[in-house]
Write a protein that binds this ligand. Structure first.
Ligand code: 1PZ
Length: 208
């Protein structure tokens, strides 16, 4: 245990939450019937990180948070992620804007955006946060966003802070940032794959 551990940071809390969630998935195997409550709890830590990325990502944070809240609000009624999918399949509303299954798909894009952004962030020292975020957005979200959103998002990338400034904002050192980002990269992937499998198991394509 190192010294920064008695002070929880937003980045550490997010990595911790996803390690808990991926631990649950690993322990229970692919047949785990994941409940919405711990899932939404972990996802809410990612909102905080969006907030740290500055002004433009404030819009992304609001958009992502509203979808996590919607899923959170459904936890009493539906209980599990599987039940959400089953409900929307029965009602033919999987891809309808605002449906729980669509919001889950969008939250999954947010988790993946953060994962790829961190991978890019750590991939090279001379790779700016702006380039890391632009490339992550290009690959993970842009194919599924409207032209207007994509244009605003690419414009917004110019407002991102430097890597050094982000590390300062996060109240981390470069070393602790790297450690927690790697933990999130590793722990979020099984969660993302678990979500994808909910759709694949019901023969729902993932091209939207
Ligand atoms: C100098 C100019 C500054 C302008 C800054 C404006 C930045 C605008 C950023 C726009 C982010 C809003 C993203 C909204 C996306 C939604 O369209 C989708 C689809 O929602 P649906 O149709 O299903 O209701 N929502 C998502 O995909 C949720 C995931 C959000 C992750 C967004 C990341 C965008 C990051 C770009 C930030 C610059």
């Amino acid at each position: 245990e190192d010294c920064e551990n008695d002070e929880t940071t937003a980045l550490k809390a997010m990595a911790d939450a996803f390690e808990d969630l991926s631990g649950l998935i690993k322990e229970n195997g692919p047949h785990l019937d994941l409940t919405l409550k711990p899932f939404c709890h972990a996802c809410s830590f990612v909102s905080v990180l969006f907030g740290f990325l500055g002004f433009a990502f404030k819009f992304a944070e609001m958009e992502y948070t509203s979808k996590v809240r919607n899923l959170e609000g459904a936890s009493e009624t539906y209980g599990t992620l599987n039940n959400i999918l089953d409900f929307d399949v029965r009602n033919d509303s999987v891809k309808i804007q605002g449906s729980l299954s669509r919001n889950l798909r969008r939250v999954r894009q947010g988790l993946d955006l953060m994962r790829v952004l961190f991978q890019n962030f750590l991939s090279a020292d001379d790779y700016s946060l702006r380039d890391a975020a632009t490339s992550a957005y290009q690959n993970v979200c842009a194919p599924y966003h409207t032209w207007a959103i994509r244009t605003a998002a690419f414009a917004g990338m110019c407002t991102l802070p430097s890597k050094e400034q982000l590390v300062l904002n996060l109240n981390e050192t470069y070393e602790s940032t790297e450690k927690h980002m790697r933990r999130y990269i590793d722990a979020s992937l099984p969660v993302i794959e678990y979500i994808d499998n909910l759709y694949i198991a019901r023969e729902i394509s993932l091209d939207w």
